[in-house]
Design a protein around this ligand. Structure first.
Ligand SMILES: [Zn+2]
Length: 209
């Protein structure tokens, strides 16, 4: 099953054009030289290899399929039809404009319609999209739409708040700012009481941070 968002392929790892690890390390040597340093000095000798390994971690989400992660659902829910909410899912991502870190938390909720998914899957879903180059708005939509597509629930809500290091450590230099984005589908969009309940639950969580 493919995601509707064709702008971001589910897996890029299989691409035959993927450069080799050696290509990646040599690109990092170039960046070190371009920054004004000497990649052959002792302290930097292992840096290209370390950075390449760090990139494997930062961008591990390209090799994982969010739809597959969610596809084990449980239909025996004893008639449970109230909201399922996982709050304060901490994530680390990188902005696609500067490759600078985006650090924040996501709150994910859905209103089940016969099917639920293991709660750890909600956190993994956030991670899969976070571990790619992102803009926060797109990530918010991707998480919500993947849940909608697989679980077909009565509603989905995703709120993300994050600090963007491209704004805090460079450019406009505004530390302490955070960007809040949300996507509400189904009952969370159409029913003000459902949306209010969700917002009040994630609001009360934040007080205890
Ligand atoms: Zn940026």
């Amino acid at each position: 099953m493919a995601l509707k968002d064709k702008s971001q392929p589910v897996a890029l790892v299989a691409s035959p054009e993927r450069p080799s690890r050696a290509d990646a390390e040599s690109a990092i040597r170039t960046l070190l030289r371009w920054a004004g340093d000497d990649p052959d000095r002792e302290g930097l000798l292992d840096t290209p290899a370390r950075v390449a390994r760090a990139y494997e971690e930062f961008f591990a989400g390209y090799s994982k399929d969010p739809i597959e992660i969610l596809s084990t659902t449980f239909s025996e829910v004893e008639g449970y039809d109230e909201m399922v909410i996982l709050t304060n899912i901490r994530f680390e991502s990188h902005c696609e404009h500067h490759m600078a870190p985006i650090i924040g938390k996501a709150h994910v909720a859905y209103l089940p319609d016969h099917r639920v998914v293991g709660i750890s899957k909600l956190a993994r879903l956030v991670d899969i999209y976070a571990k790619r180059l992102q803009i926060q708005e797109k990530m918010t939509v991707q998480i919500a739409d993947a849940l909608q597509e697989v679980l077909q629930p009565k509603g989905v809500a995703v709120v993300i708040e994050a600090s963007h290091q491209c704004m805090t450590t460079r450019g406009i230099h505004k530390p302490g700012t955070s960007l809040v984005t949300s996507r509400m589908l189904g009952a969370f969009r159409d029913d003000p009481a459902t949306r209010r309940e969700f917002m009040s639950i994630i609001g009360s969580q934040q007080i205890h941070d």
